[in-house]
Design a binder for this molecule. Structure first.
Ligand SMILES: Nc1ncnc2c1ncn2[C@@H]1O[C@H](COP(=O)(O)OP(=O)(O)OP(=O)(O)O)[C@@H](O)[C@H]1O
Length: 274
């Protein structure tokens, strides 16, 4: 084990190239002049759940937002290095960031349904994205995929805001899957939810990975170990220019939690810091 952060980063050497849908190579992210996360290399694999864990401020959300170009919308944010999606530069000339975000959706920490009916929460986005098929069928199918149909099928005209927090988050997931993304990014999707709703979302994540690739940021280590196939542990080091995040170790979730190669990972997953 080493304690030098520059030396610590490892990646999934054993199965690189296999079903890789997103690949980050030497990614640095700056906010203005400040380097917030440095030298991230990681592959995201198809139909898997990848968890990003680590203490506050180590750059998990920043990296997540790079995966669908949401950082483009943050003033002063700049991404260096390369992120490819099926081998194609996600930031390349001619790539439409709106189309990127359609194929690579984001579920946020706080459920954010539109102030519209449950039905319209799903139909609205689909319509904007040019959906021409049977809307009733799409609404039903999306709500079923998000494990919400049985609870709302008799009140589709009621406001999405009338639902509980956990139901609202599943509505947001239904809205997300209705536009048929390939990848779903989730930024602490359960942090505003009670334990029962959290468990429901975790079960849902497990079901969704049959059809989608999922990357989830979570503070909850039990959650990472329950839902993910691979886990990336990020840490931050103090520098004269402030805190800098970096990827310490990325491997199968079982390895990260039971037999990590880095001491810092071992300490973090055993609750010694963070
Ligand atoms: N919009 C922004 N403008 C400037 N700095 C930012 C911005 N967003 C994040 N940062 C900085 O980038 C670093 C990484 O933040 P980020 O939110 O990605 O970390 P995180 O690991 O997701 O943290 P948390 O677990 O607390 O959500 C932090 O130092 C943070 O202050």
């Amino acid at each position: 084990m080493t304690s030098d952060p520059q030396m610590e980063q490892t990646s999934t050497a054993s199965d690189q190239g296999k079903d890789v849908v997103l690949k980050a190579e030497n990614v640095n992210v700056y906010y203005g002049p400040t380097l917030a996360v440095q030298n991230v290399n990681m592959d995201i694999h198809a139909n898997e759940v990848t968890a990003l864990i680590g203490p506050s401020g180590c750059g998990k959300s920043t990296i997540l937002r790079c995966f669908n170009r949401l950082n483009d919308l943050v003033a002063g944010a700049r991404v260096e290095g390369k992120i490819t999606h099926h081998g194609k530069d996600l930031y390349g000339k001619g790539v439409d960031p709106v189309e990127v975000r359609r194929r690579i959706g984001m579920i946020f920490q706080k459920p954010n349904p539109f102030p519209k009916s449950i039905y319209e929460n799903i139909a609205f986005g689909a319509r904007i994205n040019g959906y021409q098929g049977n809307m009733d069928e799409l609404v039903e199918q999306s709500l079923k995929q998000a494990a919400l149909w049985d609870e709302v099928k008799d009140k589709l005209k009621e406001s999405g805001l009338s639902l509980s927090g956990g139901q609202q988050q599943r509505l947001c997931i239904a809205r997300g899957v209705a536009i048929q993304p390939e990848i779903v990014l989730m930024d602490e999707p359960c942090s505003a939810l009670d334990p029962i709703s959290t468990l429901r979302i975790e079960e849902l994540i497990n079901e969704l990975k049959e059809n989608y690739t999922i990357v989830i940021v979570t503070h909850n280590m039990q959650q990472a170990s329950r839902v993910s196939d691979r886990t990336a542990f990020f840490n931050a080091q103090a520098t004269e220019k402030g805190k800098q995040g970096y990827l310490v170790e990325y491997d199968q979730t079982e390895t990260i939690f039971q037999n990590p190669s880095q001491e810092a990972t071992q300490q973090y997953v055993s609750g010694a810091f963070g």
